[in-house]
Write a protein that binds this ligand. Structure first.
Ligand SMILES: *Cc1c(COP(=O)(O)O)cnc(C)c1O
Length: 397
């Protein structure tokens, strides 16, 4: 038995190299990767531009700490500010830390403005914001909270897409509302853009900050640089991670300068956050994602994949119930236990990711080409065929 603490239900597979949309085992078996390390490997495995940026930086300087200026950090923050609602950025190493910063920032904003009693944050059922003590409380899922009590105080959870419930949950102590514009871990649960707009209006009426968790949806995943762009409104604070590092751990909390007003010297920090290696990769990811035509490519591939998946759903209604999601963040809600389909897809050498609500997630690298989409769908059809005939044998119909 391995000495690794068994907190993960791992598939019996290990990979030793990757290139583009493919991963390879030590035995040389190639798998088509439509999970991309859970939406992290945004540009595919070992993208030449990222390998070059990382190795070049590795030969110059790895780490200095935030006791000094880090030019790559200033450059990435400026670039993110240029293309978003944000004026300022704090760098961390993960999605949970990005959201932890968002939560602290919202509390500090009100404290700085003389309203220290406003510390509570409204969150949504099915949400996922990370695995730290505060972010499991924000996510509110009993499977993540059990045994880790007492839960961090200050989160009020309401049903998704229920504006009256949000309105009813607002009190004099409410500091912020936090939402994923499209819920990833929860099962690719789409949020009507009107609901997002209504949250913006409600937040403004009550002097509440709006936080978007774009850890999974950000950096082009849905066909826009950030998913909230589909809604036409912007948040005050936004958590980003996963895709921004393309596989290197990078987290970022973006904010307007008003929202970030309380985060002055000494109020928050991270030893590793925004170190030269991470920033070299983050800037290289942005070079690719911001290049003309890149987001159109994501949208085109997303449309093609969704259409083909819809066809497979029609052919195998006993296996797949519906297809949902946006861009290259798609979910197959299953009729059979979703793990059964994921296992059948392993046998076809197609990697996918489980999610809540009995969903199989497809989160391919944003750089996938039409032939990858075609191949993934061929493999899915084969897997569906096998799963549906084994289901028939079991029920005898
Ligand atoms: C993955 C994820 C997180 C947590 O990110 P970690 O890097 O695992 O800490 C937070 N929010 C959302 C929406 C995520 O998908």
């Amino acid at each position: 038995m391995s000495a690794v603490i068994p907190t993960y239900a791992r598939a019996d597979l290990a990979f030793v190299r990757g290139e583009g949309a493919y991963l390879e085992t030590a035995e040389g078996e190639k798998y088509l990767d439509f999970g991309a390390g859970v939406a992290v490997v945004s540009l595919g495995h070992c993208h030449p531009a990222l390998v070059a940026a990382l190795t070049e930086q590795a030969g110059k300087l790895w780490h200095t700490s935030n006791l000094y200026h880090i030019p790559g950090q200033e450059r990435l923050a400026d670039r993110l500010a240029d293309v978003t609602f944000a004026d300022q950025v704090f760098f961390a190493n993960s999605g949970a830390e990005a959201m932890e910063c968002a939560i602290k920032m919202a509390r500090k904003y009100h404290a700085t403005n003389g309203n220290g009693e406003r510390y509570r944050i409204i969150t949504f059922e099915g949400a996922f914001h990370g695995r730290t003590l505060a972010t499991i409380a924000a996510g509110g899922q009993s499977k993540h909270l059990e045994g880790f009590g007492p839960a961090v105080d200050g989160f009020d959870q309401v049903p998704l897409n229920d504006l009256d419930a949000v309105r009813a949950a607002i009190t004099d102590e409410t500091a912020a509302i936090a939402i994923e514009p499209l819920l990833g871990e929860g099962g690719i649960l789409t949020v009507p853009w009107k609901f997002i707009r209504d949250l913006r209006t409600l937040a403004d009426e009550h002097g509440i900050l709006l936080i978007f968790d774009e850890v999974q949806t950000g950096i082009g995943r849905t066909g826009k640089l950030f998913a909230h762009e589909w809604s036409g409104v912007t948040p005050d604070i936004m958590g980003v991670a996963k895709g921004i590092g393309g596989g290197f751990p990078v987290g970022a909390c973006l904010a307007t300068k008003e929202a970030a007003v309380g985060l002055t010297a000494g109020t928050h920090g991270s030893t590793f956050g925004g170190n030269p290696l991470a920033m070299a990769v983050g800037n290289a990811v942005l070079d690719v994602v911001l290049a003309p035509g890149f987001l159109d490519h994501v949208s085109d591939m997303g449309t093609k994949l969704k259409q083909k998946l819809a066809g497979i759903c029609d052919t195998y209604p006993t296996v797949i119930e519906t297809i949902r999601g946006e861009g290259l963040m798609l979910g197959l809600r299953c009729k059979v236990p979703s793990q059964k389909l994921i296992d059948a897809l392993f046998e076809e050498r197609l990697l996918t990711v489980p999610a809540g609500d009995n969903v199989v997630r497809m989160l391919p690298p944003l750089t996938v080409e039409p032939e990858h989409v075609d191949l993934a769908c061929e493999r899915l059809e084969t897997a569906c065929g096998r799963v549906s005939s084994s289901a028939k044998e079991q029920t005898g119909v």
